[in-house]
Design a binder for this molecule. Structure first.
Ligand SMILES: Cc1ncc(COP(=O)(O)O)c(C=O)c1O
Length: 438
C-alpha cells in the first residue's frame, strides 16, 4: 500500500502551523523552517536535495550515524518478525540488551556491583523512574539538582530541570537546586571547592537534611556543554550519600562514548553512580530509554507495577543492540575522542581570530563555543549567536543554540564524524563569522 506524502516545504509548514498544538509548534530554531528528507551517517539532505553536515545529531539521538545500515537492518528484521511484545510476555531481545548494557557499566572497586535494567520509551520517563526509585529505596523525598540542568518534559523530570524556559506551572516539589560548576561563568567563579560547599549549604538550608539523591548530567547538554570540573562528581556523591541519598547520573546526552575517553560521562570522575539514566543515542533514533540501577536499589520497586507500554519493545531494543555492536566494532568512542580533539583545536584557532568567541569547551564530540559581546565582561551575545547559526545553515552546517542565554553553539554530531568533516566544519564556522559584517 502506498501512502502519499507531500514533501513540499510550504505545505509541510502550513500543515504544522494548522494542526500542531502550540506546545509542539514552538520548537523551531531557524528563521525559516527546514524539511529533512534523508540521512546517511553524519549527513542530512533537505527536501530539495541540499546536503548538510549534522552537528546536532538530531538532538543527540543519532549516535552511530543516520539510518545506519546495521541498525536499520536489525530493527527491520525484528519488526518483520514481531514489532511489539508487551513486557508481561518474555522476549529474548530486550533480555539480551539488558545484559549487554549492564556489561558496559563499572563493577566498582570490589567488583560486586550488579546492574539491572528497566526500559522506558524516552529519557524523561527514565528520569521519572530513577527519581521514584531513589525515593522508594531511601525513604526520603528531597532531591538535589543543578541549575542549568535539563532532564526532560514529564512532570518529575521538569521538576529537576533548572532552566525556566522548560518549566511549566504545577511541578512536584521537594527539589533544591545548586549552582552548576560552570568554569566560565559560574556564580562562584572557577574551581570545584566552592560548588561542593554550595551543596553542603543547600543540604543544610533548603532540604530536610535527609536526601533521596542528586541528579546530574556529567556534561550539561542543553545548559550549553558545561563539564563537571575534576572532583565535583565524587565530591557531590560523597555529600549526598552522607545525607542518605543516591547519586543519579543522567547520561542521556553524554553517554554511549560521546565524550571520547569513556563510554559513560560519569567515568571522568571516581564515583560510580547508584542509578544511570540512558536514552537518545541508545537507539540511534529509535525511541528508547533505560534506567540501569544497582540491583539492591531497584529491588524495593518490586512491590508495585511500573509499566511503560513500549518500554522493552523488541524493535527498539534490536536497534539498541546493534548500536552497541557498531560502537565497539567501528571504534566510535575512539573516533569521537580523535575527531573531537581535532575539531576542538580548530575551534580554538577560530577563537584567536574572532573576538565574539568567548569560550571554547567540551570533550570528544560534545563541544561548544560561547559567544560574548565583550570578552572581559563575558556578557552573552544571543543576537550574534543567532546570526552565526543562520550563516552556518547557509554553509551547510546544522548546529544547535543552547545555554540559558541562547549564546552557545553546541556540537553533538553522530560519532562517525570524520577528520575530513573537521575541515569543512571549521571552514564553515569561519565563513559564518566572517560573513557577520558583510
Ligand atoms: C540530559 C537529558 N536528560 C533527559 C532528557 C529527556 O529525554 P527525552 O526527550 O527522551 O524524554 C533529555 C532530552 O533532551 C536530556 O538531554
Amino acid at each position: 500500500m502506498k501512502i502519499e506524502t507531500d514533501w513540499s516545504l510550504q505545505e509541510t509548514a502550513r500543515r504544522r502551523d494548522t494542526y500542531y498544538a502550540a506546545s509542539q509548534r514552538k520548537f523551531v530554531p531557524f528563521a525559516e523552517p527546514m524539511v529533512f528528507k534523508k540521512g546517511a551517517m553524519q549527513y542530512l539532505w533537505d527536501e530539495a536535495g541540499r546536503k548538510y553536515t549534522d552537528l546536532l545529531g538530531m538532538n543527540v539521538c543519532i549516535s552511530v550515524g543516520h539510518s545506519h545500515p546495521d541498525v536499520v537492518e536489525a530493527a527491520t528484521a525484528q519488526a518483520r518478525e514481531l514489532t511489539h511484545c508487551t513486557t508481561m510476555f518474555y522476549h529474548p531481545v530486550p533480555a539480551h540488551f539488558a545484559e549487554e548494557l549492564a556489561a558496559t557499566l563499572p563493577k566498582g572497586a570490589d567488583g560486586d556491583i550488579e546492574w539491572v535494567a528497566h526500559f522506558t520509551n524516552s529519557g524523561s520517563e527514565a528520569v521519572d523512574l530513577a527519581l521514584a526509585m531513589a525515593r522508594t529505596y531511601t525513604g526520603n523525598l528531597d532531591l538535589l539538582a543543578l541549575r542549568n540542568g535539563y532532564h526532560g518534559p514529564t512532570s518529575a523530570a521538569q521538576s529537576v530541570t533548572g532552566i525556566a524556559a522548560f518549566r511549566h506551572p504545577g511541578l512536584p516539589g521537594n527539589v533544591a537546586f545548586v549552582a552548576e560548576p560552570n568554569q566560565y561563568r559560574g556564580v562562584f567563579g572557577s574551581g570545584t571547592a566552592p560548588y561542593l560547599d554550595e551543596i553542603d549549604r543547600t543540604i543544610a538550608t533548603a532540604t530536610t537534611g535527609r536526601l533521596a539523591g542528586i541528579i546530574v548530567e556529567p556534561v550539561q547538554g542543553y545548559g550549553g556543554i558545561v563539564e563537571m570540573p575534576p572532583g565535583y562528581l565524587a565530591g557531590a556523591a560523597e555529600r549526598v550519600r552522607a545525607a542518605g541519598g543516591l547519586y543519579i547520573a543522567d547520561e542521556v546526552q553524554a553517554g554511549f562514548g560521546r565524550t571520547g575517553d569513556h563510554m559513560w560521562g560519569f567515568e571522568v570522575g571516581d564515583a560510580v553512580p547508584d542509578i544511570v539514566v540512558m536514552a537518545k543515542g541508545i537507539g540511534n533514533g529509535f525511541p528508547l530509554g533505560a534506567v540501569l540501577a544497582r540491583k539492591q536499589i531497584a529491588e524495593p520497586m518490586a512491590d508495585k507495577f511500573m509499566f511503560h507500554t513500549y518500554g522493552a519493545n523488541p524493535t527498539s531494543c534490536a536497534a539498541g543492540r546493534a548500536v552497541l555492536k557498531v560502537l565497539a566494532r567501528d571504534r566510535m568512542q575512539a573516533n569521537a575522542r580523535d575527531v573531537g580533539g581535532a575539531l576542538l583545536e580548530r575551534l580554538r584557532d577560530l577563537q584567536q581570530k574572532h573576538p565574539q568567541i568567548g569560550d571554547v569547551r567540551g570533550r570528544g564530540l560534545m563541544l561548544a563555543i560561547e559567544l560574548v559581546k565583550d570578552r572581559k565582561t563575558r556578557e552573552p551575545d544571543p543576537e550574534t549567536t543567532m546570526a552565526v547559526f543562520e550563516n552556518c545553515r547557509e554553509a551547510g552546517l546544522i548546529l544547535s543554540k543552547s545555554g540559558p542565554y541562547r549564546s552557545v553553539l553546541r556540537m553533538v554530531p553522530p560519532l562517525c564524524l570524520s577528520m575530513a568533516d573537521v575541515d569543512q566544519v571549521a571552514d564553515g564556522l569561519d565563513h559564518a563569522f566572517r560573513s557577520l559584517n558583510s
